[in-house]
Design a protein around this ligand. Structure first.
Ligand code: PLP
Length: 383
């Protein structure tokens, strides 16, 4: 199988798995316990915290462990909105945010918060100037660093500066950026930044939220006083250890791996774009592993199934809700016509990808597109 769906999830690196296995075998006490066994588990968590902090240029105490990207987005958006409630009950998020951010905004909307949006241009970028047009009672703005469908990297530092000038908090979902491009929270100057273990070759069900010193969040998950009262619940020690190791390795490898991946992605894209009627979606700087391409006249969902049978795992950006496939809100927000959105595929490469995979996949995609176009023409001429 040629696996081109790394933006959905990545395999756990052997080093991260080994670290997790050792933690599962050896660290069984509760990290909040004061005895020595508890303190050994605590030390493993603190080591992982420093590893994650180093990946994003933060101090360790600014990192809170959570259960993944979705929880990180909830803790950030809801926590910042609750903390700023005396100043206003309105938040905004970009039109291309992940469903995790939509979900957090829904929680706020249920308790009477107003929700605003920042649009994007055809190239897939949020315009920092749009922040100036937000109503003055907006307290928190959520903008992702790299989009999961197109890979487009957002001008976060400029957005954060525009928001700070208006007294707004900026919460950033960096789930698809971390480990792929250098992320430095000092340069971005956002209030919070979320990342997820399973997108950086670590385990699923664990993530981290950077919280800038001085940024106030009201805890979303409440109970015990773990994570300095920021996130209740006994820590997922093995998961955190795996995330820490994966973050450390991502930082070590990033330069060489990004260069390798962008070369492979460009090679794939140039072959795909040679197919008649193929167009790239997202004309702006992107993370190195992602290509989003539409093939006119095809039905992307069927193409995903045909490619699966042919041995290539890809995806559409679509989310399946109640059995129905929703067209990608990201591509729609970029102003692409519905037919083009429904004819778009995402290819996301990763550590295991080789040039042979790229060439073989490009050929299989061209064949599958051709086959689907021929059969729909045959169907149309019969009916
Ligand atoms: N944010 C983005 C941009 C994502 O791509 C994802 C996962 O697809 C998430 C958040 C959710 O992360 P998790 O699966 O760890 O909850």
């Amino acid at each position: 199988m040629i696996y081109f769906d790394h933006n959905a999830s990545t395999p756990v690196r052997p080093e991260a798995r080994a670290a997790m296995e050792a933690a599962l075998a050896d660290l069984s006490a509760n990290p909040s316990s004061t005895h020595r066994e508890g303190q050994r588990a605590r030390a493993a968590i603190e080591h992982a915290r420093a590893q994650v902090a180093a990946l994003v240029g933060a101090a360790p105490e600014m990192v809170t462990f959570v259960s993944g990207g979705t929880e990180g987005d909830h803790a950030a958006l809801i926590g910042a909105a609750w903390a700023a409630e005396p100043r206003g009950r309105r938040v905004a998020f970009s039109a291309i945010e992940h469903h995790a951010v939509h979900g957090a905004a829904e929680v706020l909307a249920r308790t009477g918060f107003a929700i605003g949006h920042l649009g994007v241009g055809r190239e897939g970028l949020v315009d920092p100037a749009a922040v100036a047009a937000l109503p003055p009672d907006t307290t928190v703005v959520a903008v992702m660093l790299a989009n999961n469908e197109t890979g487009v990297i957002q001008p976060l530092a400029a957005i954060a500066a525009a928001a700070a000038a208006r007294g707004m908090r900026v919460v950033c979902d960096a789930v698809q950026a971390a480990g792929k491009i250098p992320v430095d929270v000092r340069a971005l100057d956002v209030d919070t930044l979320a990342l997820s273990g399973h997108k950086i070759y670590g385990p699923k069900g664990v993530g981290a939220l950077y919280i800038k010193r001085g940024t106030r969040l009201k805890a979303f998950v409440r109970g015990g006083s773990q994570e300095r009262n920021r996130r209740a619940g006994t820590e997922n020690v093995a998961g955190i250890v795996g995330l820490g190791r994966a973050a450390e390795l991502a930082r070590d490898d990033m330069g060489a791996e990004s260069a390798r991946l962008s070369g492979l992605r460009d090679r794939l894209e140039s072959q795909l774009l040679a197919t008649p009627g193929a167009q790239r979606n997202g004309e702006a700087p992107r993370v190195p592993n992602t290509a989003n391409v539409s093939f006119s006249g095809v039905e992307a969902e069927s193409l995903v199934m045909a490619l699966d049978l042919a041995g290539v795992a890809v995806s559409t950006g679509a989310a399946c809700a109640a059995g129905a496939v929703e067209p990608s809100h990201v591509l729609r927000a970029m102003g692409l016509p519905l037919e083009r959105v429904q004819a778009s595929l995402r290819f996301s490469l990763g550590r295991g990808t080789t040039a042979e995979d790229v060439d073989a996949a490009a050929k299989l995609v061209a064949e599958a597109v051709d086959k689907q176009r021929k059969s729909s023409r045959a169907y149309a001429s019969k009916s």
